[in-house]
Design a protein around this ligand. Sequence first.
Ligand code: FAD
Length: 703
Amino acid sequence: MCCESKRRFLLLYATQKGQAKAIAEEIWQQAGAHGLEADMHCISEMDKYNLETEKDPVVIVISTTGTGEPPDTARKFVKKIQDKTLPPDHFAHLQYGLLGLGDSEYMFFCNGGRTVDRRLQELGAQHFYDTGLADDCVGLELVVDPWIDGLWLALKEALQLQKEGMNNAVDAVSSSLSTAPHAVHELNLISEVQNLKLEDEAARGSDVLSQKLDDINLVAPARDTEPSLIHSVPPVSQSALNIPALPPEYIEVQFQDTQGENPHLSSLISEGTTFEVPVTKAVQLTREDAIKTALLLELDIADTAFEYQPGDAFCVICPNNVSEVEELLHILGLSEKGDDFVCVSVKQGTKKKGASRPQHIPERSTLKFILTWCLEIRAIPKKAFLRALVECTSNVGEKRRLQELCSRQGASDYTRFIRDSNVCLLDLLHAFPSCKPSLSLLIEHLPKLQTRFYSVSSSNLYQPGSLCFVFNVVEFPAGPSRPVSRKGVCTGWLAELVAPLLHPSENTLDTKGERFSTEKISIFPRPNNAFHLPADPSVPFIMVGPGTGISPFIGFLQHRQKLREQHTDWEFGETWLFFGCRHQDRDYLFKQVHYLTSILCFLENGTLTHLKVCFSRDTSTAEAARPKYVQDVLRLCAKEVARVLLKERGYFYVCGDKKHMADDVSDAIVDILSMEMEADRLEAMKILAMLREAKRYLQDVWS
Ligand code: FAD
């Protein structure tokens, strides 16, 4: 019993969208095979663990959200450990390993994990294993897989040391891991040990395959020399494969003969109250020949308790595409059963430890409801899912290719043909037609369908009772791995939903000839957004929002206009807007919107003091050297930008595309600060960091 408890470790996860949880579950599952027992909890369940008295090693998997914040589920925990009165040896007894998840396209990569890691160190806790920082931008698995591989040896050593009562030996392990080159070597070594172990264990059910090329019937003709989703080339096609162990099945689905109602959408959301609100207006902000279609929707929130401030974002609960759901039902052989109620439960006698029904799946609902509202059917299949699909595939060539794609040897094929190609389950089922998964397998492996965030584009003062937002309809063209083009899950659905408002027929005109809609969507607020107007209206501010990034700034300007009307004796600071788009006459959003104030009106009535616009594709214009992008225009206004930020302690807001714009804008600001202060770039970067810290340089960016 005592020995058992010595092999225990505490596993905490802090998740926003479920990835950290899924990885923790993977660790939990693998722990058993290594003779260890993971005591797993969400980090928010603070009544179920106690770090103050924890003696066993602790493993923390934590993601990052927003602008470098820990996930909502970790807020309380972070607040607790950040208590300044805690002594520096508060966690001196604690040994831990931390895996941070993030996306390097965002500023403050993995900051959620880094924050917790830094603070635990400050409080005397010690690493028994090097911190891993996994990057969703290049593929989490590149760090996650080797990190988990190495974890077992490190855990066993930590537990061994603990068992031998060598309290001070933790320092030794920790310091041997803390020098970077050493640590990398150690990790590689551990991976190799793990590999060998896997091969040794082949006879005991671990899946190491030694199939020769001529044993199998490849999907594509042998003359193909280029690999593809369905076709491999040497060395992968000739390798013995290390593939993950088959995850145990744990879900059971039973069809029921009864009738009833599907659960309310609000039951799918744990983040707070949801509101079902009518879409009252839809306006296309771009011309038909624009590269992207931007739509503005107005929602009627008058009869609800929904509250927002300009600059807030909110969440839209969206369904999967109807025809994709139908197609999936067809492939599953369940077309006739879509409206039947199913009862989802945990399979009796499953080998999965602590198995429970995924929280996003109702216990009882129709099959269509699950596929439409609960599962992200467009998710990029994880390797464990591919591994499970192997077992449902009858064609031997298809089977081998699926095995390759989830194997170590096929890791780069997985990245190239699945991850980077954004392949989804339906794409796979088309490419591997003999693969016939069960419904329960889909429920086990497809993640929760996420709600989508949108920035509010209106002010509650200016348009009481309504909420506007703006979005581009996301389009994915057909490609080698995908036979058909697709639209974004949420934006494609919204565009279809409001089509009658955009292209009215007799049915959508009321008696006065006005367009009306009966469509409703479900939304809920997104808490804790710092992206708000300065509390003091006399403080100047600069807004940088190319494309749909202009959206929250329309709310800011509406709000400011109303405040100016209501408080003629107040002092108002300067307002600057930097906007950019491709073509002046195709996608200049809010230049003229017939029923709303356009930015030109804001400029005319003095709400907006300075408007700077640029057009990146209007090359025919006379001035060839005209600035193309917002960062170019910012540089042209360097003196004023520096004055607002440094002398007048103004605010700087950036909104829109994180991939191509936000970093270029912050680079421009560093240049401007360094030029205007006659300081070197390092000094300018420190000033920018200080502005961010003081929440005077604020970003609301998305991909
Ligand atoms: P999805 O189906 O989710 O696809 C979107 C992304 O998935 C693509 O960009 C791509 O990276 C990937 N992807 C999926 N499938 C494929 C494929 N087959 N091929 C290639 N890539 C693929 N958006 C706005 O337009 N306006 C806003 O005001 C706004 N505000 C936001 C505020 C916040 C705080 C955040 C986090 C995001 C915001 N967004 C905004 C982004 C928005 O939440 C959605 O991500 C966006 O609208 C796309 O959603 P979708 O479901 O239509 O696309």
